[in-house]
Write a protein that binds this ligand. Structure first.
Ligand code: ADP
Length: 575
């Protein structure tokens, strides 16, 4: 109801110029038809009425949709009633003055006034009744009184015409209000559906985040166990089994990361970072990583870089790598013979890097080409089944490139090969003055007293498997609360802290340990399955020394630990 009052007040104020303009025009016309002082008096009354209207509806409008008081609502009704009485009074003057054309003009004026108030004020019954009663009374009474006084029964015909007009008006307004109501209901329903879809989408994202966390933990165990197994004495058949185990884990982790990335992009939660990147090294790394695999399948692999390519640029290192990795891995996957070329170009004027990945592989049929960047699009299910893949890689690549302000395009000919080209804007960065050298794991860890905090027994076992052989002495805590209690008793050389734990999470525990006690200055390394930038930022605020993402890379953990205890750790150097 109050929103309706606000809407009426809005229309009242918006239309005031039209009403006043009409009044001036009517007064002039009537004065020309029947000159006297009455049109001027009428105009003065209309001005006074409209001023009161402006004040009353201005007050309602200033409430901004808030509840108008009962007094204000009554004032609004009185103002509308009085204004209607004044406005249509000119018709009474015209009818009294006599003359066929004056009477017709007067009737049309009342009909217009009735139309005006009905269209603008039908939302609220009390308002409509206040504003419409005077013109209705004038409309019916004038012909009746005129006919009675002058003894002209034919005037009653005008009254009948008025009744018919009002009936049509009523039907039209009812129709229009029904239509408006139907539109309003449809809008409300659409909004409700959108809200529900948003809730469902958020629930889906949360579900994915939880499931991925739950899958990462056992995957962490699988990968770490496979790594440890690989280093033990194995016969050839066992070695092969371990390789299969590692390959399968990699596929699963890749799939998991793809699903997570895609849901993050879909939810608009993908955050990009900007850091200096050694572009030459990033592109050459593609050769180091993929040439052996391609060459093993009899496919030549070449990376060519132009002389003017800047060595250091500013971009998102992880996402650039992901884009290049996706395009090159597809080229390797879908090329059985011939060659794969990765060609970079630098547009210095625009500050844009273009990388074209050309292959002589199976190519993509013309009718599938427009859809290759769609989710779950796989051109040939047979080939995909042979090589694996989720159909998410190119969709993620395309969205990431767009998020970074660039684009990806494809040209392909069935049976001849494909060219995928990515174009990304990036600024040139100064060469870093000195890079942090993280020394290889050595005997530094021997005798280190470490507090390891993780709620999951498998993760605690992994940490033990990794660190005990290095000579570390481990104390375990199963949640943040236990960690805070353990940290209050004696000083540790380093603390490994998980993020999500029951009772007290890692962030709160780190903050508590850092605030006071023997471990206020002890290096803390966050062990987290969540490598999201927001989580990194959260950890950075509590002052952790480093991050190690799960599944834990043993060398990475050792180097992070060494750097931390030597006071050399730098968050920027994390993987
Ligand atoms: P997938 O994980 O299945 O490879 P992508 O999104 O990376 O998913 O690729 C989608 C589909 O596009 C692939 O299944 C394949 O049919 C086609 N495709 C991508 N890259 C190439 C390429 N270099 N040559 C031929 N077909 C390709």
């Amino acid at each position: 109801m109050h929103a309706r009052y606000a809407r009426i007040a809005e229309a009242r104020q918006r239309e005031i110029k039209v009403r006043v303009g009409f009044a001036v025009f009517i007064a002039c016309t009537v004065w020309a038809l029947a000159p006297s002082k009455w049109p001027a008096i009428w105009l003065a009354l209309v001005f006074a009425g409209q001023s009161a209207d402006w004040i009353v509806f201005g007050a309602i409008r200033r409430l901004g949709g808030g509840t108008p008081s009962r007094g204000l609502r009554i004032a609004a009704c009185i103002s509308l009633f009085v204004n209607s009485v004044f406005y249509s009074a000119i018709a009474a003057y015209l009818w009294a003055d006599g003359g066929g054309s004056q009477m017709v003009f007067g009737s049309i004026l009342i009909a217009g006034a009735l139309l005006h108030v009905t269209i603008h004020l039908y939302h609220e019954r009390e308002i409509l009744i206040s504003a419409a009663t005077p013109p209705v009374v004038y409309f019916l009474a004038l012909p009746v009184i005129h006919g009675y006084v002058l003894g002209q029964p034919t005037d009653l015909l005008v009254a009948v015409g008025c009744v018919l007009y009002m009936t049509h008006l009523l039907v039209a307004v009812r129709q229009s209000s029904q239509t408006n109501r139907a539109i309003q209901i449809a809008n409300d329903r659409a909004q409700e559906e959108r809200r529900r879809a948003e809730v469902a989408s958020a629930a889906k994202s949360d579900f994915l985040a939880v499931v991925s966390h739950e899958i990462r933990t056992p995957m962490n165990a699988v990968v770490t166990s496979a790594n440890l197994l690989e280093r033990s004495q194995l016969d050839p058949a066992q070695k092969e089994h371990v390789v299969m185990l590692k390959d399968a884990s990699e596929v699963l982790i890749g799939l998991l990361n793809d699903v997570l990335d895609f849901s993050k992009i879909e939810a608009g939660k993908m955050e990009l970072e900007e850091a200096p990147v050694d572009l030459v090294d990033k592109l050459k790394a593609l050769e180091r990583m993929w040439a052996p695999k391609a060459q093993a399948a009899g496919v030549a692999f070449e990376v060519s870089l132009p002389d003017d390519l800047p060595r250091h640029v500013r971009t998102d290192p992880l996402r650039l790598q992901q884009i290049l990795f996706n395009l090159v891995s597809n080229a390797v996957k879908f090329t059985a013979t011939g060659r794969i070329e990765v060609r970079a170009r630098w547009n210095a004027a625009l500050g844009r890097l273009t990388v074209a990945v050309t292959d002589t592989g199976c190519g993509i049929p013309d009718d599938r080409l427009p859809y290759v960047f769609d989710v779950f699009e796989q051109v040939d299910a047979g080939v995909t089944r042979r090589h694996g893949g989720s159909g998410l890689g190119l969709a993620i690549t395309c969205k990431l490139a767009q998020l970074m302000g660039g684009s990806v395009s494809v040209e392909s000919r069935l049976g001849e090969g494909s060219i995928f080209t990515v174009d990304l804007p990036m600024g040139i960065a100064a060469a870093p003055s000195a890079t942090l050298a993280v020394s290889a794991p050595s005997t530094f860890a021997h005798g280190l007293d470490i507090l390891a905090v993780d709620d999951h027994p498998v993760n605690r076992r992994i940490v033990a498997l990794l660190l005990e052989p290095m000579g570390c002495v481990l104390t375990f805590a199963e949640n943040g609360q236990e960690a805070v209690e353990a940290a209050a008793l004696r000083r540790f050389d380093a603390i490994l802290m998980d993020m999500q734990m029951p009772v007290m999470d890692g962030l709160t525990a780190t903050r508590a340990i850092r605030s006071d006690g023997p471990n206020a200055g002890t290096p803390v390394i966050a062990l987290t399955a969540n490598a999201l930038e927001t989580h990194r930022a959260a950890w950075a605020t509590v002052g952790v020394d480093d991050f190690v993402t799960k599944p834990i890379d043993p060398a990475r953990l050792a180097s992070a630990l060494e750097a931390a205890v030597r006071g050399e750790a730098a968050l920027a150097a994390t993987a």
